[in-house]
Design a protein around this ligand. Structure first.
Ligand code: UDP
Length: 283
């Protein structure tokens, strides 16, 4: 297993436990540059996914999704191997259809602060489907909804890590807007099981397939759960809502259920407990 990462948002610590595995190898590499290796399957997960990270250098974000996809698709074409693309619920933008099925084309602002990520990922999907039609490549495109769990960066900036870190420090919990916007949170182990099932699925299963947890929460409900689990004295503090922040998001996972026999198993309280333990023990 070859893990290639430029460590822009990840850390080597996250794969420490794998170094003794006889078939694990780590390589520092940025997908914006071509990669010449020999592998049997490719999972392309490259691109920072947290708004603060992907908006830090928006041009680089688009390059990572678009040039990265071209490089990985080129590699798959040379090796004639299967390739999985980690696409995103952001392709639906601020959705006017709820919950979001794969047939929905989305409501994305092409010129806003989130566009570098959203349009980059949309263009990557286009490239995957063009390589599929033009070069008969075996593709697997998954659209990933909000995911959380141990080994997230404590300063990742996303809502789950922010709330837990703030609650553990008894600092104000920052709710953007009135906190009525919704998200559906999938525990990382459930998500990975979905990736593996999709990669192992028959050739005709190309996607896109939504992978996420269909149980929806408002940000205020999430904050309350985190405060309860951490026994925190923190108070909720309302802050301005970022531009183009989607008001609601919940995956329709009928396709994942019927084609992959997949659905999330870990409820939010259980997943949050694991994540709180991880953040509590960070040195
Ligand atoms: N959010 C919040 N407080 C925070 C961080 C995020 O209220 O400290 C909100 C954010 O405005 C959004 C939701 O939580 O409505 C999820 O944000 P996140 O950045 O985790 O991911 P997104 O789904 O927006 O990409």
């Amino acid at each position: 297993m070859l893990c290639a990462d430029n460590l822009f948002t990840g850390t080597k610590k996250n794969v420490d436990h794998l170094h003794n595995h006889p078939r694990f190898e780590f390589m520092r590499h940025d997908v914006c540059f071509p990669l010449y290796v020999e592998v049997d399957e490719i999972y392309n997960l490259a691109c920072p996914a947290s708004p603060i990270h992907y908006q830090h250098d928006p041009v680089q974000t688009t390059k990572t999704s678009v040039h990265g996809a071209i490089n990985m698709l080129g590699l798959a074409k040379r090796l004639k191997c299967k390739i999985f693309q980690a696409s995103t619920s952001e392709v639906y933008g601020d959705p006017s259809v709820h919950p979001q099925p794969e047939e929905y084309w989305g409501n994305v602002n092409p010129i806003g602060p989130r566009s570098c990520y959203d349009e980059g990922k949309r263009c990557a999907e286009t490239l995957f489907f063009d390589y599929y039609r033009q070069h008969q490549l075996e593709i697997k495109v998954a659209r990933i909804f909000n995911t959380y769990g141990p080994r997230m960066h404590p300063k990742d900036g996303r809502v789950v890590s922010n709330f837990i870190m703030q609650a553990l420090a008894h600092e104000d919990v920052t709710i953007y807007g009135d906190g009525s916007q919704t998200r559906s949170f999938c525990y990382v182990d459930d998500l990975i099981e979905g990736f593996v099932r999709m990669m192992a699925s028959p050739k005709e299963v190309v996607g896109p397939i939504n992978l996420g947890n269909p149980v929806e929460f408002t940000m205020v409900e999430l904050a309350e759960q985190v405060l309860k689990l951490t026994n925190s004295k923190s108070k909720l503090k309302h802050m301005p809502l970022p531009a183009d922040d989607p008001k609601q998001r919940r995956p329709d996972i009928s396709k994942a259920r019927s084609t992959l026999g997949w659905e999330p198993k870990v409820p939010l309280t259980e997943g949050l407990r694991q994540t709180v333990d991880y953040f509590r023990n960070l040195s």
